[in-house]
Design a protein around this ligand. Structure first.
Ligand code: GDU
Length: 616
């Protein structure tokens, strides 16, 4: 009461709200006015931020926290009344006619899409100090995840607006988008990146210092998520920072924040007014994701899905959620992600006595959610107009003892973006699309020590496996397109046994879809296992290439290059690096190898024209 006199009117309202919500302890130790007044005002600045950045404000946060903490204390099962079963979804096989048709549809639809990358997490599990978006996706080119994502979106943009086709016909005269009178492509697929205090400045810095990797800076929108207040006890009393009695302790709220942020930013309505139809969500370190995007978007468009989650076959106990059909005793059903730590207890409680185990296929019968969601914009806006973007939350307190009366450390509410469908009406068309893991999913989440402990047969999800998966996927795609690719060899890096395929990488605009790759490779090509092939240009045709060594080939869009004949050199080799060896940079240590560039053929075509690379 005494201190109210120093506060501006809006802050007084906040103080009243806190008292009404049982938070008087926050002011208990405050000295009289005149002492620490600046700190007290700063305290209310923080309260204002916490209040404004949560849908419904702090009062709503505290109320929900009380309910969820009570449920947790009573040990209530969040799936009470629901029976799990295996849902049916769209199962795609890479390279068959249906896959190719979905890709074609997806590429056309991409001009009506916006991409949203959630990248507010620091990745503590990986033990890497930088932001994960800046990690190399592979170290042959050294390109980081963010560059690959942006180049993939730009490639989709050009392909979807017809730029590529027009460019092909007008080769050597002018390169023009049908929508543009000044050349180049004018369709701009928006990219939103959700950051947090942990990642914002560094994400912006990577973008700025690399000229946004070729994207217009106005095309990239950063939305920063705020942390939420920590809770000290079962009554949802807010926790003060132990070192500062004028500061509330805060922690991340989870990737589910993305929905409220998008809604409050006004972007969704702007996109709708601009004619967009789809919002695609994705995560920070999946180097294979864009292999799956065109076909998945094609599925959404063809099946008219309001929600389409991308999934891969899941190994039991793998740290990805399982897509599950839940049927309530009252008849309600939903198809939803059940997070990996909840799937086993849910199954055991529902008559599956072995819990989360593989079935006869060697995989869990529940497809694995890779958190690539495609939402149909109109229905998304309709839903968010009701919810404001708030997502069903959960709380995970660590109790001091079985009485559950006190916490070991403060907790907070959390939310996940894949829980969006939980509030949808039964009429919503919620589906999922399963693709092969080798094609679509290889995240970088685990540090070398933890990865080496992953049960045999389960994926490592490490920097080592993430990079090897890129070479494997590219090799398998080329193989399917008709190139003869040597079998991989097995090798161990940082205690993890992986398949080492030829190190093949290409620019997204070279091979955005399988149909595009097929057009650019002839039947009589060969790539040996120790080889490195870097394709750095749109119109490079591998006609009769026989590669045993390293070939780095680059060209501008207006050059058309045919590659013929045998190339033999000492190539690039992989040298083992121990993750404990501090003489190497962290991004190398976490993968357990470095690339030794011994010898290569490097060919660059920077002028328009038609060329043949034919080494003798
Ligand atoms: N993230 C945020 N803000 C947060 C927390 C995380 O933006 O507060 C971002 C991360 O940067 C990352 C993404 O969200 O891009 C996912 O974070 P994690 O990699 O830590 O996610 P988990 O491994 O815990 O699990 C998630 C899903 C799983 C499964 C898995 C697939 O919850 O169901 O889909 O990703 O990779």
């Amino acid at each position: 009461q005494k201190n109210l006199s120093i506060l501006p009117p809006a802050q007084i309202e906040l103080a009243r709200m806190l008292v009404e919500m049982g938070q008087s302890h926050l002011f208990r130790d405050w000295p009289d006015p005149g002492v620490d007044d600046q700190e007290k005002l700063a305290f209310f600045d923080q309260i204002k931020l916490l209040n404004e950045s949560y849908p419904g404000g702090l009062a709503s946060y505290i109320k929900t926290a009380r309910e969820l903490l009570e449920d947790s204390r009573l040990g209530k099962n969040p799936f009470d009344g629901f029976t799990p079963s295996v849902p049916t979804g769209e199962q795609l096989t890479f390279g068959d006619d249906s896959f190719i048709n979905f890709e074609e549809t997806g590429i056309k639809e991409a001009r009506k899409a916006a991409f949203v990358l959630v990248a507010g997490g620091l990745g503590e599990r990986l033990g890497y100090n930088g932001i994960k978006l800046a990690l190399p996706r592979e170290t042959t080119t050294g390109k980081c995840f963010l560059q690959h994502y942006i180049e993939s979106i730009l490639a989709l943009q050009e392909a979807s607006c017809g730029y590529v086709e027009v460019q092909r016909h007008l080769m050597f005269t002018s390169v023009m988008c049908p929508r543009s009178s000044s050349g180049g492509c004018r369709t701009e697929i928006p990219l939103v990146i959700m950051t947090s205090d942990d990642t914002h400045a560094r994400t912006l810095q990577v973008l700025k210092s690399n000229a946004y990797f070729g994207m217009a800076s106005t095309q990239v929108i950063l939305l920063k998520q705020e942390k939420v207040a920590c809770l000290a006890d079962n009554d949802a009393r807010l926790a003060l920072d132990p070192k500062n009695k004028y500061r509330i302790q805060t922690k991340p709220h989870g990737h589910g924040d993305v929905h409220a942020l998008l809604y409050s930013s006004g972007l969704l309505k702007k996109w709708r007014d601009e004619g967009l139809r789809w919002v695609l969500f994705f995560q920070d370190t999946n180097g294979l994701l864009f292999n799956a995007v065109p076909a998945a978007l094609g599925v959404s468009a063809t099946k008219q899905y309001h929600v389409n989650s991308l999934a891969v076959p899941r190994k039991a106990k793998e740290a990805i959620g399982g897509i599950t059909k839940l049927t309530h005793a009252d008849g309600r059903t939903m198809v939803i992600n059940v997070e990996y730590n909840q799937l086993d207890p849910l199954l055991r409680a529902s008559g599956y006595s072995d819990g989360d185990v593989n079935c006869e296929t060697g995989y869990s019968p529940f497809p694995g959610n890779i958190n690539q969601l495609i939402l149909e914009l109109d229905s998304y806006i309709e839903e968010l107009s009701k919810t404001g973007g708030s997502i069903k939350e959960f709380v995970n307190p660590k109790y001091k003892d079985a009485s559950k009366s006190a916490f070991k450390s403060s907790t907070r509410l959390e939310c996940m973006m894949q829980d969006y469908p939980k509030t949808l009406p039964p009429t919503a068309r919620v589906g999922f699309t399963v693709m092969d893991t080798w094609l679509a999913y290889a995240p970088v989440k685990n540090n070398p020590e933890d990865a080496a402990k992953v049960p045999k047969g389960n994926p490592y999800h490490s920097a080592t496996s993430g990079e090897m998966a890129v070479y494997r996927a590219n090799s398998l795609i080329l193989k399917k397109a008709g190139i003869h690719i040597d079998e991989p060899v097995k090798d161990v890096f940082n205690g993890q046994e992986v398949e080492v395929w030829p190190r093949v990488t290409w620019l997204p605009k070279w091979g955005l879809s399988f149909a595009e790759v097929k057009k650019k490779v002839g039947a009589n090509c060969f790539v040996s296992q120790p080889s490195t092939l870097v394709i750095n240009g749109r119109n490079i045709h591998l006609e009769t290439l026989s590669l045993n060594g390293a070939l780095i080939i680059s060209s501008v869009d207006s050059a058309e290059v045919r590659v013929e004949g045998a190339i033999q050199n000492k190539g690039w080799t992989l040298e083992k690096v121990d993750y404990k060896d501090a003489s190497f940079p962290e991004e190398i240590r976490i993968r357990g190898f470095r690339i030794n560039k011994v010898e290569q053929l490097e060919a660059t075509y920077d002028q328009p024209g038609s060329f043949t690379l034919k080494p003798q």
